[in-house]
Structure formats: structure tokens, C-alpha cells
Design a protein around this ligand. Structure first.
Ligand code: SF4
Ligand code: SF4
Length: 373
């Protein structure tokens, strides 16, 4: 049976603004049916790296928090710390970044709790018995919450081609150990032939894993797999295309691990999780980068569903069926119906994450889109 995905577009006027539309969209999910008074509700969101500007506006989050507060539940905004060294690598910096990006209680109406604690090691082991992951490490304050509202900013991603609800839950709710486990097979290799020793990758490596070494043919980059956190940043950085991973082997396994982590989070919150996805500012890279490049499509709308697979499928279909932004980095697939994410990341089969999630019972790719007036 197809899942229902509700959608509101972003048209606005004197009678209705976008905030009102978000409130109405959230109501289609019937949150009163999911959550009970007194429930501690984790509102999972990405606060945006410092310098990023594509994340969901805190003012929009307020609409959802206000409704949750009316239901007498206790919402808190949450995310986990990052693996790489950046502005959200531990809770002190993460909180400062979240506040500086506007996610204060004054604006959103909810406090912020970093779910995996000060240094990212406050996780709970959850049995999942997947093909790759047996016991997942989930940020304890997400695991311990009574329910979950997953707010996702839909955008491109260097490893999964797009970042949607499954990624927001699978990677975004994992404690540091869990993130490492998911990235563990993504250790890129440097082609000595192509490397010109410019050192650019050394500067950008988020794990401090790359060093330059003098060899017979000159200065070459070398990756120490012990320090590599599999963030894939170096692949994007190298203009010589000297750094590559085993796309065919590594990326599908990465996606499957991510989806198994999503299962570890969601299986524990059955009938207590809803999803809203903002198909707005669809930047080519994820919100973990300290910048946001021009969106690849116009702002398309906001989706709501109780099915994470259906909402991701609906979001990717919306983007691919839209005309591309001719002044973005999108070099092809500008016509409606052409695959924007394949154009951005030709070696990544984005559909694999959805097919695998469907296979392990997280939802269905078959959906009905119901547009709100
Ligand atoms: S960025 Fe590329 S060319 Fe430059 S040092 Fe790194 S691998 Fe070599
Ligand atoms: S994937 Fe590349 S940038 Fe990321 S930690 Fe490993 S070597 Fe460094």
C-alpha cells in the first residue's frame, strides 16, 4: 500500500504565510495521536555548520514547537556531534554554533540538547542485527526520548548523493562510535600518478589523516587510514581528481550501514516518529560544509509523512522533476525529469539507500503525494 506524503508549496500571500502553512502541514500528521502529554520529544535537526546558510530557518521550527507545546509535550531540539574537526565537533562548540545560527529558546521555543554529550561518546548500544551492524551506538538523549520529530533539510551529499530523512536519522542520531562504524570502509586512496603535491587536501582533511611525503617522483599526498574518518572531503577538494574511493563497493555498504542505523533509532520509537522535509535551498553539498553554494533547483516545498522512505523518495522525485538552476553548479540534467543527483555525483546510485530501507522494512518507495490548498 502506498504511504501518504503531504506537501505544502511556498506560495504565500495576505491570507496565508509560510509559517501558517507549516503549522497546517504538521497538523496533517495528527501529532496528538502520536504523542502524549508529558512526553519528552526529540526534534532532530541539523543546526548548520558555522558559515552554512541553507539549514532550516529557526522561525519555521517555531511553528512545530508551538504545536508540540500546545499538546503539553516537552520538545527539545537535538543533534549529535560531528566526526570531523569543525564548529560542531563537541557540545560546547556545537551549542554555540546552534545559538549563533538562531536556534535559541527565544526564537524556536525549545531548549537545545546535544544528544551524545560533551565529547560525542555518550551513546547507548541498541541491538539491530543488520547485515553489517549488530549493535548500533545511538546518541543517548535521542534514544531515551519518548518520541521523535525528524526535521530534515533536503540537499546534496558527497557520499549518499542526497541527504534526506534516512540520513538525518541514521548518521545524524549516531554517537561518535556509530559514525565511525558507518564510515569505516570509506578510506580513499591517492593516485601517485595524478597527485601534484599541492597540499590542498592536507588543509581540508577533517581527520588530520593526510601528509605530504617526498618520493622519487616528487611531493605526494599519503592518507593514514588509522586517522581517516571517511568524510570524503578530500575527494571533493582535489582538483587533479587524484583521490578516489572504491565507489562500487564502499558506497553501497556505507548506505546500508546508514540505513541499519536508522532502523536502530526508529525501531525503538514505533508509532512515535513523524517526519517533515524542507525541499528548500537544495544546496549541492550537505549542511556540514562551512558554506552553502547556490541551490540546484528552486524552492519546491515542504513534505510531511510518517514514512521515512516515502518522504525521501518524494523529495528526490520533486527535485528531479523540477527544472535545474542554470546558474548553479549543476552542469547537466537541467530539464525537468532529468536526474540532478546523478549529474552532481555520477558514481553514486542514490536509489540504493531507498531500496535497502524498503527491503529491511523501514517504509515504502510507493507514495501518494497530497498537496495542501
Ligand atoms: S589535493 Fe590532490 S594533487 Fe593536491 S596534494 Fe592532495 S591529492 Fe595531491
Ligand atoms: S576521507 Fe579524506 S578528508 Fe576525510 S578524513 Fe579521510 S583522508 Fe581526510
Amino acid at each position: 500500500m502506498p504511504s501518504r506524503v503531504f506537501m505544502t508549496d511556498l506560495s504565500a500571500g495576505w491570507k496565508k504565510n509560510v509559517s501558517t502553512k507549516i503549522t497546517e502541514l504538521f497538523e496533517t500528521l495528527d501529532p496528538a495521536n502520536y504523542f502524549n502529554p508529558g512526553d519528552l520529544i526529540a526534534v532532530k535537526i541539523h543546526f548548520g555548520e558555522r558559515g552554512n546558510t541553507a539549514y532550516i530557518r529557526p522561525q519555521f521550527v517555531r511553528c512545530i514547537i508551538d504545536r508540540l507545546s500546545q499538546l503539553k509535550v516537552k520538545p527539545f531540539l537535538t543533534d549529535t556531534n560531528t566526526l570531523y574537526v569543525g564548529s560542531r565537533a563537541e557540545a560546547q562548540s556545537h551549542l554555540c554554533t546552534a545559538f549563533d545560527n538562531g536556534f535559541t529558546r527565544e526564537i524556536t521555543g525549545a531548549p537545545v540538547i546535544i544528544a551524545d554529550g560533551l565529547r560525542g561518546n555518550n551513546g547507548v548500544e541498541v541491538t539491530v542485527n543488520g547485515s553489517h551492524v549488530k549493535r548500533a551506538h545511538i546518541g543517548s538523549d535521542i534514544h531515551n526520548a519518548d518520541g521523535l520529530v525528524v526535521l530534515t533539510h533536503f540537499k546534496g551529499h558527497e557520499l549518499s548523493a542526497f541527504g534526506g530523512a534516512l540520513k538525518n536519522v541514521g548518521m545524524g542520531c549516531a554517537a561518535r562510535e556509530g559514525k565511525l562504524e558507518q564510515h569505516s570502509n570509506i578510506s580513499p586512496k591517492v593516485s601517485k600518478k595524478k597527485c601534484i603535491g599541492c597540499g590542498e587536501c592536507v588543509v581540508w582533511c577533517r581527520g588530520g589523516a593526510i601528509e605530504l611525503h617526498e618520493v622519487r617522483s616528487g611531493r605526494k599526498a599519503e592518507i593514514n587510514p588509522e586517522n581517516c574518518i571517511g568524510c570524503a572531503e578530500c575527494i571533493l577538494t582535489c582538483r587533479q581528481k587524484a583521490i578516489q574511493i572504491q565507489w562500487n563497493e564502499s558506497v553501497p555498504i556505507f548506505m546500508e550501514k546508514m540505513v541499519e542505523y536508522a532502523a536502530a533509532v526508529l525501531n525503538h520509537k514505533q508509532e512515535k516518529t513523524v517526519f517533515m522535509t524542507f525541499v528548500t535551498n537544495v544546496s549541492p553539498l550537505c549542511d556540514c560544509t562551512p558554506f552553502s553554494d547556490r541551490p540546484i533547483v528552486p524552492d519546491l516545498g515542504i513534505l510531511a509523512s510518517s514514512d521515512p522512505v516515502a518522504i525521501d523518495q518524494a523529495a528526490v522525485d520533486l527535485v528531479n522533476n523540477s527544472p535545474g538552476n542554470p546558474i548553479s553548479c549543476l552542469e547537466s540534467a537541467l530539464s525537468p525529469g532529468e536526474d540532478k543527483f546523478r549529474s552532481l555525483y555520477p558514481k553514486i546510485d542514490w536509489a540504493h539507500q531507498l531500496a535497502y530501507a524498503e527491503r529491511i522494512g523501514l517504509g515504502t518507495r510507493d507514495y501518494v503525494l497530497e498537496k495542501l490548498e
